[in-house]
Design a protein around this ligand. Structure first.
Ligand code: GLU
Length: 327
């Protein structure tokens, strides 16, 4: 008995030494960062996956690991980054501008100085889809209809409100507005429980593939707005829905609308070296990154530095200066 317990003590001591020395010790130094994205049928979610996939190849070298979380969208992501619940997030360029300027959802709290830009990604179009049987042919046609304008944490909600207001439709009194998440929209449209929904997203997206694949015929509705709209909201630009991505929609040609850009943001508390490593991996594996989603087809390295309004994170700035993308 006595001999046995000495063996046990020795084994225990040795294993403690090993545990203390190797795998657990280095794993303990790994920093986990969570990227807030959007609904699983959007483009943010696979984008968070694409960024993580590229950067995590070097997880041992950088002692850092990125993980992805599905969220309610841009506004949720910005607020969660500011409160420390998320470390990085994908957010619409217009929402980035509003947060850093203290506008829209951030009006009461003022400019959010800790929000920092890293890079921009794919273009997103404010996309309006309606049942073909509803008679809705323009955004003005939404008057009196039942429309999902988006959940409160989403980017699209304010885009819907801005464009509806521009054509004289009051969202509280002139239509029946829903605040459902984008992932729910295709199902409720196809079931006939709503007439139309807005979703600001890159194309192609799972949501519109799903919404155009049901038995209810659906059509993308043009959102045509005057120059004064673009003067009032300089962060919006004319855009279109590429109809070739959705062969089952009733439309036969690209559908004009307006849009923004998806951007990658973080908090000033994230160390410079970690942001530098993330940017470096994405830019140095740019061709591989571009292959990970068809919405990235239009990306160039230079275009990924446009559409940003919050100050650049010092880690991103360091990389861009080093490679001459910034002076
Ligand atoms: N633009 C949407 C938002 O900010 C998300 C789009 C997506 O998930 O691809 O809520």
């Amino acid at each position: 008995m006595k001999k046995m317990s000495w063996i046990a003590v020795t084994v225990l001591a040795l294993s403690l030494i090993f545990v203390g020395l190797s795998p657990v010790a280095s794993a303990a130094k790994t920093t986990f960062y969570t990227i807030g994205t959007g609904g699983v049928t959007g483009v943010y979610y696979p984008t968070g996956g694409a960024i993580s996939r590229i950067v995590n190849v070097k997880k041992k070298e950088y002692n850092m690991r990125l993980t992805v979380e599905s969220t309610g969208g841009s506004v949720y992501n910005i607020n969660a980054i500011l409160s420390g619940d998320l470390d990085f997030g994908i957010v619409q360029s217009d929402r980035q501008f509003q947060a850093m300027s203290g506008l829209a959802e951030w009006k009461d709290r003022g400019p959010q100085k800790d929000l920092m830009a890293v890079f921009s990604i794919h273009p997103e179009s404010v996309t309006l889809l309606a049942g073909a049987d509803t008679g809705i042919n323009s955004i003005s046609g939404l008057k009196g209809k039942h429309v999902n304008i988006g959940n409160p944490g989403s980017g699209q909600r304010q885009n819907a409100i801005d464009s509806l207001t521009a054509v004289g439709i009051d969202v509280t009194s002139d239509l029946k507005a829903e605040g459902l998440k984008a992932a729910e929209s295709p199902g409720v449209l196809l079931d006939g429980r709503i007439d139309a929904f807005f979703y600001t997203v890159g194309h192609p997206s799972g949501a519109f593939k799903e919404a155009t694949a049901g038995t209810r015929k659906v059509k993308f509705v043009p959102i045509i707005l005057p120059d004064s709209f673009y003067l009032k909201f300089p962060y919006y630009a004319r855009s279109f829905v590429p109809i070739s991505q959705y062969p089952n929609a009733v439309n036969k040609a690209d559908v004009p609308t307006f849009g923004v850009k998806a951007t990658f943001v973080t908090h000033s508390r994230i160390p410079e070296k970690d942001v530098y490593h993330i940017v470096k991996e994405i830019f140095e594996n740019f061709d591989n990154f571009k292959k990970l989603h068809p919405a990235y087809a239009v990306l160039t390295k230079a275009s990924m530095l446009t559409g940003l309004s919050a100050p650049l994170h010092p880690g991103a700035m360091k990389y861009y200066k080093e490679v001459g993308l910034l002076k």
